[in-house]
Structure formats: structure tokens, C-alpha cells
Design a protein around this ligand. Structure first.
Ligand code: ATP
Ligand code: MG
Length: 334
């Protein structure tokens, strides 16, 4: 039976890329009647320093963002990673399955650790093993993620394959990435060659789900572009990353193909296209930010939803961890 798992880090600044690449699609999976688990991955967030008060706020804000984006806590299991200890227990097992060389190939580690990799936390390096645990501890079969997570998911598959092979079992299903749609990779509004990211120091680089209508419009007005008008066909976006990004965002928000957007907006100067995009973005994002603000007025209700989700998650995770230990010869787990 199909089971969907995905996670988002509560590292603040939930943005349009998270919405189009993740949240919107999470809601679509939920509404297909498939079992869906969505996790606030706070243990991933702490691979880089998090101020405790900010982490707590970001976790609740992320939960509010999930709900405001259409995730229904009655249909999906919404929970916080640190509340289900099986994730970390399974991560240790996978630390012993994954090879150093596999980890060393991860481009996100290189990006995030930067020049001073000796100073990065060990957790940042081992992060993909915890991500494998998040997924495999539920025997999840489908993982909706943005393009940027493709390599980590590949590693999850390698871990599952190696575990099954080493112990001669068919225990962990090999999960499939679900990567689709025009804007699976939303780029920064300041630089079309960098992805829109929570951790980008420039707030103008992203549209936050907490931005109000005026802020959204301003960020789109100021988005970097080249001086040419839009081309008349999609092929003309080649070599114009900023123009392509705005067209992709439009297409994703409007549920249109890029060709349909070009039929509507091809040839227009940015002075005309940007206001069209701003109207559309406000129309789609402002209601989410309003709903998030409303939800954030009752933190105890959010905490209750997360606790309930964790209890339900544990009923799936605990037996799978127990079986894993048994396969490995750990005594006393029956
Ligand atoms: P960080 O900079 O802290 O890594 P992030 O913005 O990359 O933050 P994550 O929590 O790592 O956000 O990712 C959450 C989900 O959002 C993942 O499924 C990821 O693939 C997706 N995602 C992140 N950034 C983008 C983006 N720019 N475009 C599309 N999807 C994205
Ligand atoms: Mg990321």
C-alpha cells in the first residue's frame, strides 16, 4: 500500500518555494486518499545553530503553515520529529549502514558547510542518514520533495537496498521520489541561479508565507530581471534564468503550463508582467498568511495537534523499529 512521507525544517521563513515545491503537493497527495505523514523536522534544523525560542516559534509556525496550506490534521499525520524517538534510533542503525564515501558526495553538505567544513557539525554531515530514517521508519513508498532533495532521496534508496542486501531480507521498500510540476525548483528573486531558501540572508530573495499583500507585491516589483521583454515562446527563456523563474512561478500559482503562460504573457515587458504576477501571488498567498496568523493565536491548539500526530506516527514507527532490531540480532526486543 502506498504511504507518503515528507518533512520540512522549522528553520523559519517558510517561503513560496516550500509552498509550491512541497506544501501544495502534500495537500494534493492527502486529498487522493493515500496515507500521508508530514513532519516538522526539528532534529534536522539543529544541524546548524538554532536559537531555542526561535526554533519553538518556527515549529509552531510551520505547523500553522501546513494547516493553512490545506493539510488536514484529521486526514494527514502532522507531527514533530523530536517527539517520535524512533527517528533517531533508526538513524543510528543507518549511520552504520551508510558509507563515508556516500555522505562525502552530498552536494548540500558542501553548500551548507561552505569553506570551513571542519567547523560544520557532525550532524550536518550525517543528516542524510536521519532523513533516510524519517522515511524508512514508516516504510514510506512515496516522498514528494523539491529537486534539491533528489540526491538525499537517492541515498535513502541506497541505504534501504544495502540494509536489505546485507541482512538478506526484503524489509525496507525502496521509496520513490515524487518530483513534478513547473516550479518544483523556485529560484531566488535576487539571483536566478540560486534556489529560494529559508536560509538566504536577504528577505527580498523570497516571498514568505507570512508576507502581507503589500510586501508580496513589493518583492515582485523589485525582483531582479534582465531588460528585455518576455520572449514570445518558452524556448526564448533559455539563458534568462530570472525571466524563466518568474514565468515558472506564474505557471505554478495559476496551475498552467509554461506554454499557456507564454500564450498569455509572451512579448510583454516586465512592467506589465510583474503586476500580473503580483496580483496572482497575492491572490494565492495572502489567504495563507492570514490563516497562519489566526492559527498562531492559539498555540496550545497547535501543540495538541502535533502531540496527537506524534502518537499516531509512533504506532507505525515502533513496530518497524522493533522488527529492524530483530533482523539485526538485537536481543530482548520481542
Ligand atoms: P534551508 O535553506 O534551511 O535548507 P529550505 O528553504 O531549503 O531551507 P527545507 O526545509 O530544506 O527548506 O525544504 C522543505 C521542502 O521544501 C523540501 O521538500 C524541499 O525540496 C522544498 N523546497 C525548498 N526550497 C525549495 C525551492 N526553492 N523550490 C521548490 N521546493 C523547495
Ligand atoms: Mg533545504
Amino acid at each position: 500500500t502506498p504511504r507518503v512521507f515528507s518533512g520540512i525544517q522549522p528553520s523559519g521563513n517558510l517561503h513560496l518555494g516550500n509552498y509550491l515545491g512541497a506544501l501544495k503537493r502534500f495537500a494534493e497527495a492527502q486529498n487522493k486518499g493515500i496515507q500521508t505523514l508530514y513532519c516538522m523536522v526539528d532534529l534536522h534544523a539543529i544541524t546548524v545553530w538554532q536559537n531555542p525560542a526561535d526554533l519553538a516559534r518556527a515549529t509552531r509556525e510551520l505547523a500553522a503553515g501546513f494547516i493553512a496550506s490545506g493539510l488536514d490534521p484529521a486526514k494527514s499525520i502532522l507531527f514533530n520529529q523530536s517527539q517520535v524517538a524512533e527517528h533517531t534510533q533508526m538513524a543510528w542503525v543507518f549511520n552504520c549502514v551508510a558509507r563515508m564515501g556516500w555522505m562525502q558526495r552530498m552536494t548540500q553538505f558542501k553548500d551548507k558547510a561552505g569553506k570551513n567544513a571542519q567547523n560544520a557539525s557532525l550532524g550536518l554531515f550525517a543528516y542524510p542518514a536521519l532523513m533516510a530514517a524519517d522515511i524508512l521508519t514508516y516504510h514510506a513508498t512515496h516522498v514528494p520533495v523539491g529537486e534539491d532533495q533528489k540526491q538525499h532521496l537517492e541515498l535513502t534508496r541506497d541505504i534501504a537496498i544495502k540494509f536489505n542486501h546485507d541482512y538478506g531480507v526484503e524489509f525496507f521498500p525502496i521509496p520513490e521520489p515524487v518530483i513534478e510540476g513547473a516550479a518544483t525548483r523556485v529560484m531566488s528573486l535576487r539571483d536566478g541561479s540560486n534556489k529560494m531558501s529559508k536560509s538566504d540572508p536577504s528577505d527580498m530573495s523570497r516571498i514568505n508565507l507570512t508576507d502581507d499583500a503589500d510586501t508580496i507585491a513589493k518583492k515582485i516589483r523589485k525582483a531582479k530581471t534582465d531588460p528585455e521583454p518576455l520572449p514570445s515562446e518558452a524556448a526564448g527563456l533559455e539563458g534568462r534564468p530570472e525571466a524563466r523563474n518568474l514565468v515558472n512561478i506564474y505557471a505554478a500559482l495559476a496551475d498552467m503550463t509554461v506554454d499557456q503562460v507564454m500564450a498569455e504573457a509572451g512579448g510583454k515587458p516586465f512592467s506589465e508582467f510583474k503586476p500580473m504576477l503580483a496580483d496572482l501571488a497575492v491572490d494565492r498567498i495572502a489567504p495563507i498568511s492570514t490563516e497562519m496568523a489566526r492559527l498562531m493565536q492559539d498555540l496550545s491548539e497547535i501543540d495538541r495537534i502535533l502531540a496527537d500526530g506524534a502518537a499516531r506516527a509512533r504506532t507505525i514507527a515502533a513496530p518497524i523499529l522493533r522488527q529492524t532490531y530483530e533482523i539485526m540480532g538485537m536481543v530482548g526486543t520481542r
